[in-house]
Design a protein around this ligand. Structure first.
Ligand SMILES: O=C(O)c1nn[nH]c1-c1ccccc1
Ligand SMILES: [Mn+2]
Ligand SMILES: [Mn+2]
Length: 332
Protein backbone atom coordinates (compact mmCIF):
# COMPACT_ATOMS: atom_id res chain seq x y z
CA UNK A 1 0.00 0.00 0.00
CA UNK A 2 3.00 2.28 0.57
CA UNK A 3 3.45 2.58 -3.19
CA UNK A 4 -0.07 4.04 -3.63
CA UNK A 5 0.16 7.84 -3.87
CA UNK A 6 -2.52 10.04 -2.32
CA UNK A 7 -3.61 12.88 -4.63
CA UNK A 8 -3.54 16.43 -3.32
CA UNK A 9 -7.26 16.63 -4.09
CA UNK A 10 -8.10 13.79 -1.68
CA UNK A 11 -9.91 15.48 1.22
CA UNK A 12 -10.77 12.38 3.28
CA UNK A 13 -9.21 10.72 6.35
CA UNK A 14 -5.42 10.26 6.22
CA UNK A 15 -3.11 8.02 8.25
CA UNK A 16 -0.18 10.30 9.11
CA UNK A 17 3.16 8.78 10.01
CA UNK A 18 2.06 5.22 9.44
CA UNK A 19 0.13 4.99 12.76
CA UNK A 20 -3.64 4.55 12.93
CA UNK A 21 -4.93 7.08 15.48
CA UNK A 22 -8.31 7.72 17.10
CA UNK A 23 -8.46 10.99 15.18
CA UNK A 24 -8.04 9.10 11.90
CA UNK A 25 -10.78 6.60 12.83
CA UNK A 26 -13.18 9.36 13.87
CA UNK A 27 -12.56 11.24 10.60
CA UNK A 28 -13.02 8.02 8.63
CA UNK A 29 -16.35 7.33 10.39
CA UNK A 30 -17.54 10.84 9.55
CA UNK A 31 -16.50 10.37 5.92
CA UNK A 32 -18.45 7.10 5.80
CA UNK A 33 -21.51 8.82 7.26
CA UNK A 34 -21.28 11.21 4.28
CA UNK A 35 -20.90 8.23 1.89
CA UNK A 36 -17.32 9.20 1.10
CA UNK A 37 -14.81 6.46 0.40
CA UNK A 38 -11.53 5.84 2.21
CA UNK A 39 -8.49 6.27 -0.06
CA UNK A 40 -7.25 2.88 -1.29
CA UNK A 41 -3.82 3.51 0.27
CA UNK A 42 -5.32 3.71 3.76
CA UNK A 43 -7.85 0.97 3.08
CA UNK A 44 -5.06 -1.47 2.13
CA UNK A 45 -3.03 -0.29 5.13
CA UNK A 46 -5.84 -1.18 7.57
CA UNK A 47 -6.22 -4.62 5.93
CA UNK A 48 -2.47 -5.25 6.09
CA UNK A 49 -2.29 -4.25 9.76
CA UNK A 50 -5.37 -6.15 10.93
CA UNK A 51 -4.13 -9.36 9.27
CA UNK A 52 -1.03 -9.18 11.49
CA UNK A 53 -3.33 -9.02 14.53
CA UNK A 54 -5.82 -11.72 13.48
CA UNK A 55 -3.61 -14.42 11.94
CA UNK A 56 -1.60 -15.18 15.13
CA UNK A 57 -4.74 -15.55 17.29
CA UNK A 58 -5.81 -19.00 18.44
CA UNK A 59 -9.00 -20.38 16.85
CA UNK A 60 -10.62 -20.21 20.31
CA UNK A 61 -9.68 -16.93 22.07
CA UNK A 62 -9.74 -16.59 25.84
CA UNK A 63 -10.85 -13.07 26.80
CA UNK A 64 -10.14 -11.90 30.33
CA UNK A 65 -12.62 -9.41 31.83
CA UNK A 66 -11.00 -8.13 35.03
CA UNK A 67 -13.20 -7.46 38.09
CA UNK A 68 -15.09 -4.14 37.96
CA UNK A 69 -14.59 -3.92 34.20
CA UNK A 70 -17.05 -4.88 31.45
CA UNK A 71 -17.35 -6.10 27.87
CA UNK A 72 -20.17 -5.54 25.35
CA UNK A 73 -21.26 -8.35 22.99
CA UNK A 74 -22.91 -7.39 19.68
CA UNK A 75 -24.52 -9.79 17.22
CA UNK A 76 -25.07 -9.60 13.44
CA UNK A 77 -24.56 -6.12 11.92
CA UNK A 78 -25.01 -7.12 8.24
CA UNK A 79 -23.73 -3.91 6.70
CA UNK A 80 -26.08 -1.65 8.65
CA UNK A 81 -23.40 1.02 9.24
CA UNK A 82 -25.75 3.71 10.55
CA UNK A 83 -27.11 1.32 13.15
CA UNK A 84 -23.51 0.48 14.14
CA UNK A 85 -22.87 4.21 14.66
CA UNK A 86 -26.00 4.26 16.82
CA UNK A 87 -24.60 1.43 18.97
CA UNK A 88 -21.47 3.53 19.56
CA UNK A 89 -23.68 6.56 20.37
CA UNK A 90 -25.63 4.46 22.92
CA UNK A 91 -22.72 2.54 24.45
CA UNK A 92 -19.57 4.53 23.69
CA UNK A 93 -16.78 4.05 21.19
CA UNK A 94 -14.66 0.91 21.48
CA UNK A 95 -11.51 1.28 23.59
CA UNK A 96 -9.39 -0.81 25.93
CA UNK A 97 -11.61 0.55 28.73
CA UNK A 98 -14.84 -0.07 26.73
CA UNK A 99 -14.15 -3.35 24.88
CA UNK A 100 -16.53 -4.94 22.37
CA UNK A 101 -16.89 -8.41 20.94
CA UNK A 102 -18.69 -8.47 17.55
CA UNK A 103 -20.04 -11.97 17.05
CA UNK A 104 -19.93 -12.42 13.25
CA UNK A 105 -22.01 -11.52 10.19
CA UNK A 106 -20.54 -8.01 9.94
CA UNK A 107 -21.23 -7.86 6.19
CA UNK A 108 -23.76 -8.89 3.48
CA UNK A 109 -27.43 -7.88 3.06
CA UNK A 110 -26.97 -4.26 4.22
CA UNK A 111 -25.37 -2.03 1.57
CA UNK A 112 -22.87 -0.29 3.85
CA UNK A 113 -20.86 -3.45 4.61
CA UNK A 114 -17.50 -1.96 3.52
CA UNK A 115 -17.97 0.93 5.96
CA UNK A 116 -18.88 -1.50 8.77
CA UNK A 117 -15.88 -3.77 8.27
CA UNK A 118 -13.34 -0.95 7.82
CA UNK A 119 -14.62 0.61 11.06
CA UNK A 120 -14.40 -2.66 13.03
CA UNK A 121 -10.96 -3.50 11.60
CA UNK A 122 -9.67 0.04 12.23
CA UNK A 123 -10.71 -0.16 15.89
CA UNK A 124 -9.01 -3.58 16.10
CA UNK A 125 -5.79 -1.92 14.88
CA UNK A 126 -6.25 1.00 17.27
CA UNK A 127 -7.25 -0.96 20.41
CA UNK A 128 -6.27 -4.61 20.04
CA UNK A 129 -7.83 -5.62 23.37
CA UNK A 130 -10.78 -3.29 22.90
CA UNK A 131 -12.16 -5.05 19.82
CA UNK A 132 -12.74 -8.81 19.51
CA UNK A 133 -14.16 -10.30 16.29
CA UNK A 134 -15.72 -13.75 15.72
CA UNK A 135 -16.25 -15.22 12.27
CA UNK A 136 -19.85 -15.59 11.08
CA UNK A 137 -21.11 -17.73 8.23
CA UNK A 138 -21.26 -14.52 6.18
CA UNK A 139 -17.51 -14.01 6.54
CA UNK A 140 -17.05 -16.35 3.60
CA UNK A 141 -16.42 -15.95 -0.12
CA UNK A 142 -19.45 -17.90 -1.31
CA UNK A 143 -21.88 -15.99 0.90
CA UNK A 144 -20.25 -12.62 0.03
CA UNK A 145 -20.66 -13.32 -3.70
CA UNK A 146 -24.34 -14.11 -3.23
CA UNK A 147 -25.42 -11.60 -0.58
CA UNK A 148 -23.67 -8.41 -1.68
CA UNK A 149 -20.36 -7.77 0.10
CA UNK A 150 -18.18 -8.96 -2.81
CA UNK A 151 -20.10 -6.79 -5.26
CA UNK A 152 -20.02 -3.82 -2.89
CA UNK A 153 -16.21 -3.95 -2.50
CA UNK A 154 -15.73 -4.39 -6.26
CA UNK A 155 -17.99 -1.41 -6.89
CA UNK A 156 -16.57 0.91 -4.20
CA UNK A 157 -12.93 -0.26 -4.32
CA UNK A 158 -11.68 -3.08 -6.54
CA UNK A 159 -11.57 -6.83 -7.11
CA UNK A 160 -8.17 -7.34 -5.50
CA UNK A 161 -9.45 -5.78 -2.28
CA UNK A 162 -12.43 -8.17 -2.33
CA UNK A 163 -9.95 -11.06 -2.54
CA UNK A 164 -7.98 -9.69 0.42
CA UNK A 165 -11.17 -9.53 2.51
CA UNK A 166 -11.80 -13.21 1.75
CA UNK A 167 -8.27 -14.02 2.93
CA UNK A 168 -8.74 -11.92 6.07
CA UNK A 169 -12.06 -13.55 6.98
CA UNK A 170 -10.23 -16.90 7.01
CA UNK A 171 -8.02 -15.51 9.81
CA UNK A 172 -10.92 -14.60 12.14
CA UNK A 173 -11.21 -16.71 15.30
CA UNK A 174 -14.22 -19.05 15.45
CA UNK A 175 -15.15 -18.62 19.13
CA UNK A 176 -14.30 -16.77 22.34
CA UNK A 177 -14.57 -17.66 26.04
CA UNK A 178 -15.04 -14.87 28.60
CA UNK A 179 -13.31 -15.53 31.95
CA UNK A 180 -13.42 -19.28 31.21
CA UNK A 181 -17.20 -19.13 31.87
CA UNK A 182 -19.10 -17.77 28.85
CA UNK A 183 -18.78 -19.37 25.41
CA UNK A 184 -19.42 -16.94 22.53
CA UNK A 185 -19.87 -18.16 18.94
CA UNK A 186 -21.79 -16.98 15.87
CA UNK A 187 -23.89 -20.08 15.14
CA UNK A 188 -23.93 -22.75 17.82
CA UNK A 189 -23.15 -26.29 18.94
CA UNK A 190 -22.50 -29.69 17.43
CA UNK A 191 -24.03 -32.79 15.93
CA UNK A 192 -22.10 -34.97 18.39
CA UNK A 193 -21.59 -35.00 22.18
CA UNK A 194 -18.21 -34.76 23.79
CA UNK A 195 -16.78 -31.74 21.96
CA UNK A 196 -14.17 -30.14 24.22
CA UNK A 197 -12.83 -26.58 24.00
CA UNK A 198 -9.49 -28.13 23.05
CA UNK A 199 -11.16 -29.69 19.98
CA UNK A 200 -12.30 -26.22 18.91
CA UNK A 201 -8.84 -24.73 19.56
CA UNK A 202 -7.35 -27.45 17.30
CA UNK A 203 -9.49 -26.63 14.24
CA UNK A 204 -7.49 -25.36 11.23
CA UNK A 205 -9.66 -22.27 10.56
CA UNK A 206 -7.65 -20.86 7.65
CA UNK A 207 -10.06 -21.97 4.94
CA UNK A 208 -13.57 -21.37 3.62
CA UNK A 209 -16.14 -22.87 6.00
CA UNK A 210 -16.71 -26.56 5.11
CA UNK A 211 -20.18 -28.07 4.55
CA UNK A 212 -19.94 -30.25 7.68
CA UNK A 213 -17.90 -30.78 10.82
CA UNK A 214 -17.08 -28.64 13.85
CA UNK A 215 -16.12 -25.48 11.93
CA UNK A 216 -19.33 -25.61 9.87
CA UNK A 217 -21.48 -26.16 12.97
CA UNK A 218 -19.86 -23.33 14.96
CA UNK A 219 -20.88 -20.92 12.16
CA UNK A 220 -24.23 -22.40 11.06
CA UNK A 221 -26.05 -24.23 13.90
CA UNK A 222 -29.23 -22.98 15.60
CA UNK A 223 -30.84 -23.87 18.95
CA UNK A 224 -34.31 -25.45 18.95
CA UNK A 225 -36.68 -25.49 21.95
CA UNK A 226 -36.94 -29.27 22.25
CA UNK A 227 -34.43 -31.97 23.14
CA UNK A 228 -31.79 -33.70 21.08
CA UNK A 229 -30.70 -32.82 17.54
CA UNK A 230 -32.82 -32.30 14.42
CA UNK A 231 -31.73 -31.39 10.88
CA UNK A 232 -31.20 -27.64 10.35
CA UNK A 233 -33.61 -25.88 7.96
CA UNK A 234 -30.57 -24.04 6.60
CA UNK A 235 -29.07 -27.15 5.08
CA UNK A 236 -25.86 -26.57 7.09
CA UNK A 237 -25.11 -27.10 10.78
CA UNK A 238 -27.60 -28.71 13.14
CA UNK A 239 -30.57 -27.67 15.30
CA UNK A 240 -29.59 -28.53 18.89
CA UNK A 241 -31.81 -28.82 21.97
CA UNK A 242 -31.44 -27.65 25.57
CA UNK A 243 -29.97 -31.00 26.63
CA UNK A 244 -27.16 -30.50 24.10
CA UNK A 245 -26.44 -27.03 25.50
CA UNK A 246 -26.52 -28.33 29.07
CA UNK A 247 -24.14 -31.21 28.28
CA UNK A 248 -21.67 -29.00 26.40
CA UNK A 249 -21.59 -26.50 29.28
CA UNK A 250 -21.15 -29.21 31.90
CA UNK A 251 -18.42 -31.06 29.99
CA UNK A 252 -16.46 -27.85 29.53
CA UNK A 253 -17.15 -26.33 32.94
CA UNK A 254 -18.94 -23.32 31.37
CA UNK A 255 -22.02 -21.36 32.46
CA UNK A 256 -23.57 -19.84 29.31
CA UNK A 257 -23.58 -19.91 25.51
CA UNK A 258 -23.98 -16.55 23.74
CA UNK A 259 -24.64 -16.80 19.98
CA UNK A 260 -26.16 -14.73 17.15
CA UNK A 261 -27.08 -15.77 13.57
CA UNK A 262 -30.88 -15.44 13.98
CA UNK A 263 -33.10 -12.36 13.85
CA UNK A 264 -34.97 -11.77 17.10
CA UNK A 265 -38.06 -9.50 17.42
CA UNK A 266 -36.64 -7.91 20.57
CA UNK A 267 -33.00 -8.10 19.44
CA UNK A 268 -32.20 -10.89 21.88
CA UNK A 269 -33.77 -13.99 23.38
CA UNK A 270 -32.88 -16.14 26.36
CA UNK A 271 -33.41 -19.79 25.47
CA UNK A 272 -32.63 -23.25 26.86
CA UNK A 273 -33.65 -22.21 30.37
CA UNK A 274 -31.37 -19.18 30.30
CA UNK A 275 -28.29 -21.25 29.42
CA UNK A 276 -28.22 -19.88 25.86
CA UNK A 277 -28.73 -16.31 24.64
CA UNK A 278 -29.21 -15.20 21.03
CA UNK A 279 -28.16 -11.59 20.39
CA UNK A 280 -28.83 -9.86 17.05
CA UNK A 281 -27.75 -6.24 16.49
CA UNK A 282 -29.24 -5.32 13.07
CA UNK A 283 -32.57 -3.55 13.78
CA UNK A 284 -35.29 -3.50 11.12
CA UNK A 285 -33.19 -6.12 9.36
CA UNK A 286 -32.97 -5.62 5.57
CA UNK A 287 -35.19 -2.52 6.05
CA UNK A 288 -38.17 -4.84 6.39
CA UNK A 289 -38.21 -7.08 9.46
CA UNK A 290 -39.19 -4.38 11.96
CA UNK A 291 -37.15 -6.17 14.65
CA UNK A 292 -35.23 -4.35 17.36
CA UNK A 293 -31.47 -4.74 17.72
CA UNK A 294 -29.76 -5.50 21.02
CA UNK A 295 -26.37 -5.77 22.68
CA UNK A 296 -25.33 -7.37 25.96
CA UNK A 297 -23.05 -5.87 28.59
CA UNK A 298 -21.28 -8.23 31.00
CA UNK A 299 -19.70 -6.69 34.13
CA UNK A 300 -17.12 -8.78 36.01
CA UNK A 301 -17.03 -10.60 38.33
CA UNK A 302 -20.79 -11.43 38.27
CA UNK A 303 -21.00 -11.44 34.44
CA UNK A 304 -24.78 -11.10 34.65
CA UNK A 305 -26.15 -10.15 31.18
CA UNK A 306 -27.42 -6.54 30.94
CA UNK A 307 -29.53 -6.17 27.78
CA UNK A 308 -29.96 -2.97 25.76
CA UNK A 309 -32.54 -2.94 22.94
CA UNK A 310 -32.62 -0.29 20.23
CA UNK A 311 -34.58 0.61 17.08
CA UNK A 312 -33.15 1.42 13.65
CA UNK A 313 -31.95 4.90 12.68
CA UNK A 314 -32.34 6.56 9.26
CA UNK A 315 -29.81 5.73 6.55
CA UNK A 316 -29.06 7.13 3.07
CA UNK A 317 -31.33 5.88 0.34
CA UNK A 318 -29.42 2.74 -0.73
CA UNK A 319 -31.54 -0.40 -0.47
CA UNK A 320 -30.24 -3.64 1.07
CA UNK A 321 -28.71 -6.09 -1.44
CA UNK A 322 -27.97 -3.18 -3.81
CA UNK A 323 -24.66 -4.84 -4.76
CA UNK A 324 -25.76 -8.47 -4.86
CA UNK A 325 -25.24 -9.76 -8.37
CA UNK A 326 -27.49 -12.78 -8.21
CA UNK A 327 -31.15 -12.11 -9.08
CA UNK A 328 -32.17 -15.03 -6.84
CA UNK A 329 -30.62 -13.30 -3.83
CA UNK A 330 -33.04 -10.44 -4.44
CA UNK A 331 -35.90 -12.92 -4.23
CA UNK A 332 -34.92 -14.48 -0.87
O1 LIG B 1 -28.39 -13.60 5.54
C1 LIG B 1 -28.80 -13.85 6.67
O2 LIG B 1 -29.76 -13.33 7.20
C2 LIG B 1 -28.07 -14.87 7.40
N1 LIG B 1 -27.41 -14.65 8.53
N2 LIG B 1 -26.84 -15.79 8.85
N3 LIG B 1 -27.15 -16.74 7.94
C3 LIG B 1 -27.93 -16.17 7.02
C4 LIG B 1 -28.45 -16.86 5.86
C5 LIG B 1 -27.79 -17.98 5.39
C6 LIG B 1 -28.25 -18.64 4.27
C7 LIG B 1 -29.37 -18.21 3.59
C8 LIG B 1 -30.03 -17.08 4.06
C9 LIG B 1 -29.59 -16.40 5.19
MN1 LIG C 1 -26.78 -13.21 9.95
MN1 LIG D 1 -25.23 -16.04 10.39
Amino acid sequence: FRTIDVEEAYSGARIEGDKITLEFVKTMMEDFKNQKKLHKRYAFQILHEVKELLAPLPTLVNVNVPNDTHITICGDIHGQYFDLMNIFDLNGLPSDENPYLFNGDFVDRGSFSAEVIFTLFAFKCLYNSGMHLSRGNHESKSMNKMYGFHGEVKSKYNESMAEIFSELFCCLPLAHVLNKRIFVVHGGLFSRDGVKLSDIRSIDRFREPPDEGLMCELLWSDPHPGLGRIPSKRGAGVAFGSDVTQKFLEENNLELVVRSHEVKEEGYEEEHGGKLITVFSAPNYCDQMNNKGAFIKFVAPKLKPQFTKFVSVPHPNVRPMAYANNIFSWLS
